[in-house]
Design a protein around this ligand. Structure first.
Ligand code: NAP
Length: 325
């Protein structure tokens, strides 16, 4: 049953909040903005739901002791947002204009007006571009140790990468796996000294320097990796149960370039400024807020994205209240 607290704007009027994105951050924002009586449009994309639509069982989202399938969890979040009157548009946002108020978001050639905006477009995992990998995602290949480490109890796993994420993934995996091998293409890590030390002190972690994965092999599940040495170009095979790819993420900020401040890696920058209301999810444009993995490269979890979604919604509602004063 629908319980709508805000009137849908008529043609030419503005939405109180336009949310761009449709993962846990976006949908949590919508649950809060609609319940805060703000008319809310979610521009959710042609392919909606974010990274959880590509996973199987999610065991680390609170409230589901037996786990829940990723797409089912996203369907429930969307239904919850729609129950309170959020309007969902299954189109891609292709452009924005944040230089005028109301703000403009373009999707499928139409202009949508918003008094405030929440950017929640997320980030995509960077996968290795090697044969065999894509078909084994979820069947031994993963990009999230906190989500999947428990499936590799007493197994042998590999982590690819040399940054903080790879170090963190490797340490997390040692709680379950018997052996964790970090494979890195160079002879030094770019991770922080503290993270490197944790890895080097852990007896379960081995490191293969100057090595690249060139093929991922397995029928129903991952069986082995083909490796190439960057010392002498020699090749070898490496039998393994799990492959964790930790070579970074790409934030989905292509349409925001030049429109909002991004950091050097393309993530949206947050500006926590007491002078403009102390909004923790503010961007450099007043009235435009951000939540989830599109600004958070550290935690990258569904539950933290949802938490940021709640914060951005509460900030947007406070901002809308101040507009009326
Ligand atoms: P990152 O720092 O960009 O590191 C990516 C790693 O993957 C690099 O070592 C890179 O190798 C390797 N790599 C990239 N493309 C590759 C390819 N095609 N094949 C093989 N290796 C490849 O990414 P990240 O580790 O995800 O970290 C992203 C940001 O989040 C960083 O600023 C990091 O400090 C931060 N972070 C912080 C924490 C924390 O504070 N707890 C935890 C996680 C992440 P090269 O070194 O050769 O370029």
């Amino acid at each position: 049953m629908k319980e709508t607290f805000a009137k849908k704007p008529q043609q030419g009027e503005s939405w109180d909040v336009i949310i761009i994105g449709s993962g846990p951050a976006a949908l949590t924002s919508a649950i809060y903005t609609t319940r805060g009586a703000a008319s809310t449009l979610i521009i959710g994309g042609e392919v909606w739901g974010g990274q959880l639509m590509l996973t199987t069982t999610v065991d680390n989202f609170p409230g589901f002791p037996q786990g829940i399938l990723g797409p089912k969890l996203m369907g429930e979040m969307r239904a919850q947002a729609e129950r309170f009157g959020a309007e969902f548009l299954g189109e891609n946002a292709t452009d924005v204009d944040f230089s005028k108020k109301p703000f403009e978001v373009i999707a499928a050639g139409k202009v949508y007006l918003g008094k405030s905006i929440i950017i929640a477009t997320g980030a995509e995992t960077k996968w290795l571009d090697v044969p065999g990998l894509k078909k084994l995602i979820g069947r031994g290949v993963s990009s999230c140790a906190p989500c999947d480490a428990a499936f590799f109890k007493d197994k042998k796993v590999v982590v690819v990468g040399g940054g903080d994420s790879a170090m963190e993934e490797a340490v997390t995996l040692t709680k379950y796996a018997t052996e964790v091998t970090i494979i890195h293409r160079r002879d030094e890590f770019r991770a922080s000294a503290a993270m490197q030390q944790k890895v080097k002190e852990n007896p379960k972690i081995k490191i293969l320097w100057n090595t690249e994965v060139t093929e991922v092999i397995g029928e129903q599940k991952l069986e082995k990796l083909k490796l190439k040495s960057n010392y002498d170009n020699s090749t070898s095979e490496f039998p393994v149960d799990g492959l964790f790819v930790a070579i970074g993420h790409v934030p989905s900020t292509q349409i925001f370039g030049g429109k909002i401040e991004l950091d050097e890696k393309g993530y949206v920058k947050r500006f926590w400024d007491e002078k403009i209301g102390g909004y923790k999810t503010a961007t450099n444009v007043q009235g435009v807020f951000v939540s989830g993995d599109v600004h958070d490269y550290q935690y990258k979890q569904a539950v933290t994205a949802a938490g940021f979604g709640c914060m951005a919604a509460m900030d947007a509602i406070k901002y809308l209240g101040e507009l009326k004063d």
